[in-house]
Design a protein around this ligand. Sequence first.
Ligand SMILES: Nc1nc2c(c(=O)[nH]1)N[C@H]1C(S)=C(S)[C@@H](COP(=O)(O)OP(=O)(O)OC[C@H]3O[C@@H](n4cnc5c(=O)[nH]c(N)nc54)[C@H](O)[C@@H]3O)O[C@H]1N2
Ligand SMILES: Nc1nc2c(c(=O)[nH]1)N[C@H]1C(S)=C(S)[C@@H](COP(=O)(O)OP(=O)(O)OC[C@H]3O[C@@H](n4cnc5c(=O)[nH]c(N)nc54)[C@H](O)[C@@H]3O)O[C@H]1N2
Ligand code: SF4
Ligand SMILES: [Mo]
Length: 703
Amino acid sequence: MENIKTHFRTCNLCEAMCGLEIKYSETNIISIKGDKKDMFSRGHICPKAVALQDLYHDKDRLKTPVKRTTNGWKNISWEEAFDEVVNRLLSIQKKYGNDAVGSYQGNPNVHNSGMMLFGTPFIKSLNSKQKYSATSVDQLPHHISSLKMFGHHMLIPIPDIDHTSFMLIIGGNPVVSNGSLMTAPDFANRLKAIQKRGGEFVVVDPRFTETAKIANQHLFIKPGKDALFLLALIHVIFEEKLTKKAHLESHINNWKVIKNLSTNFSPEKIAETIGIPTDEIKKLARKFALAKTAVCYGRLGVSTHEFGGVCLWLVNVLNIITDNFDKKGGAMFTLPAIDLVGMATVTGKTGNFDRYKSRVRNLPEYSGELPVATLADEICTEGKGQIKAMVTIAGNPVLSTPNGKHLAIALEQLEFMVAIDIYINETTQYADIILPSTTGLETSHYDLAFHQLAVRNTSKYSEILFDKNQDQKHDWEIFKELTNRMGGKDNPATPEIMIDYMLQKGPYKDKGLSVKKLKENPHGIDLGELKSCLPERLFTKDKKIELAPVEFVQDLNRLKNQLAEWKNNSNGAYNFSLIGRRHLRSNNSWMHNVTRLIKGKERCTLLINPEDAKILNIINQQNVTVSSKVGSLKIPIEISSEMMEGVVSIPHGWGHNYNGSSMRIAKKNAGVSINDLTDPNKIDFLTGNANFSGTKVKIERVK
Ligand SMILES: Nc1nc2c(c(=O)[nH]1)N[C@H]1C(S)=C(S)[C@@H](COP(=O)(O)OP(=O)(O)OC[C@H]3O[C@@H](n4cnc5c(=O)[nH]c(N)nc54)[C@H](O)[C@@H]3O)O[C@H]1N2
Ligand SMILES: Nc1nc2c(c(=O)[nH]1)N[C@H]1C(S)=C(S)[C@@H](COP(=O)(O)OP(=O)(O)OC[C@H]3O[C@@H](n4cnc5c(=O)[nH]c(N)nc54)[C@H](O)[C@@H]3O)O[C@H]1N2
Ligand code: SF4
Ligand SMILES: [Mo]
């Protein structure tokens, strides 16, 4: 082939920020490989990045606005689309008030710099309290624990994986997910490097996961019980006088409170409830506290959890009381080139919690948004402030939020809905108008969110590879137009201008960072390892870590009550705990339209332990009915000793059986949606986060 060129960029599909080397000729991709010269990802890549070419060429992907009519979807001009969207939104707000327009921002919002920079002003222009996002089906407990302990919701401690000698992973499967709230490309090799240095890592998970398989030790835990486990570890560490204050001594409030709290949660008291023997808990506590350096990392499985807030608080507490915080090899804060956290020194915006409650269920606000577990209630319940119109932006809440089926029914009742999305799918099918943006290789990108969460400070800019066609618009162009028409504040800049400005004003301005300089360094620029930064980096008023925030301490009463209930073990027929799982070739709900990623044996199955299958008298691949208090579905089983007894697993993001879908490949491999079973009423009441860790279900053979 003639005229082969090479393009370097960062993959923006997940949080790992892998550097890519793309060989292409005109608009044909010849190869997508890991960029070995990328100073952060060192050549690592996963199968999803190769699929960027399929997304680019996908004939099912929308390129121009479409409108739903009685005769199906019809292409319309951008002018007509903008006119209708803004007229409808404004007239609904005029009739019912601003809160009648709700919004939901999905996961790709934080993976696209255009969306991050221009989507926020658009949402602001709606001036509505009915604001939702995927945050509350994901990482809300991380934000609220950071806000209360360190004074800023985005000041999230990151495990210093490259220097630690002991890592405890609870509720994360980074070998498959490639890491989350911890950007660490090539995660598996970074874990193996701990072992090569003579260290260890331990996984605590109800499934013997891909990460557990390469760990030094794996412990099964019953879903939803991690708060007890963490309290027992802390108990042992205090009891055996293994705490270390060392360099943090003068930067901590309420050390004693923690000591007193943990006295109620001895390993003996909780071992049976959580399914981990007393002596294993004690051994682990000692190992953690005595390791040269150690870090506990808690992620999705303990965040989308009935006690998610308490769990993420206690993960921080564990790191702090063992002197593994703000210290090499422990949990540390980052200092990225565009420092969204540091900007609060000028703007004062450190995040908010519980300034007001949701209308129907009285759930707490977080930084201007409400828990998505109550979105359907807010659409269906009449009264002042009821949602009459929705804007969804790069999100698929019908598949990704608890009782998605109910949400689908709610969306159908809306007077108007607009989706900014690249597919007609399970959620966007309810839109009156869909506005598609460019995506992937058609966009420029700077990782505003994930440099903030990375295990090393680096900086990299990705340029557009393939120009969009005449009819297409970038996400930021769509938001800019919508914001202006809604009467919001015009921003004359482009994302590139804004990024350039922020780089030049940022913490590394002395290094002359700018977009120009990054373009000259297509493999990125290394800014060094994470550094200690306390107390300066804290945003608490007294510049101290709040070890025992009142809200979290109070929530232990809820845990105590729940513990009593768990001991009674009264779930009746609902005697299995359901959890999720991810697959290397999936990305939440929307990449199942790529043949390359979907091929192979059926993946949307119910994993079940052999003993449980025997009792139920079911064999491999047999269909079963799984029911919870909110719904039921049919699914083939896959017998696997990976599962803890009494626990079953279904991956999320499936259930693509919508007839009019533009996702033709996904539709052929539809699967079922786990979120037809998850319960929006069983949330973490402290933070408002959805709970996917251990939905109670019953399983019956299909006759
Ligand atoms: N039971 C259960 N539920 C879960 C989870 C779980 O583990 N178990 N995980 C939760 C988590 S962590 C998350 S983050 C959420 C995700 O939940 P969502 O964010 O609601 O869902 P996604 O599947 O990420 O949907 C992304 C949408 O963005 C569109 N899209 C992709 N790229 C672009 C783009 O460049 N531009 C535009 N405009 N649109 C784009 C896709 O077509 C798709 O509709 O799901 C949550 N739900
Ligand atoms: N391939 C792939 N990668 C992805 C995604 C994807 O869909 N596919 N999604 C991306 C997104 S949006 C996110 S947020 C991240 C999430 O990344 P991770 O946090 O690594 O999430 P999961 O892989 O879902 O791992 C959660 C683990 O928690 C376990 N678990 C469930 N309940 C409990 C519990 O009660 N206690 C304990 N201790 N463990 C429990 C599950 O068995 C599972 O192993 O992944 C990202 N990366
Ligand atoms: S691990 Fe994530 S960032 Fe890396 S190539 Fe795969 S999807 Fe892209
Ligand atoms: Mo997520």
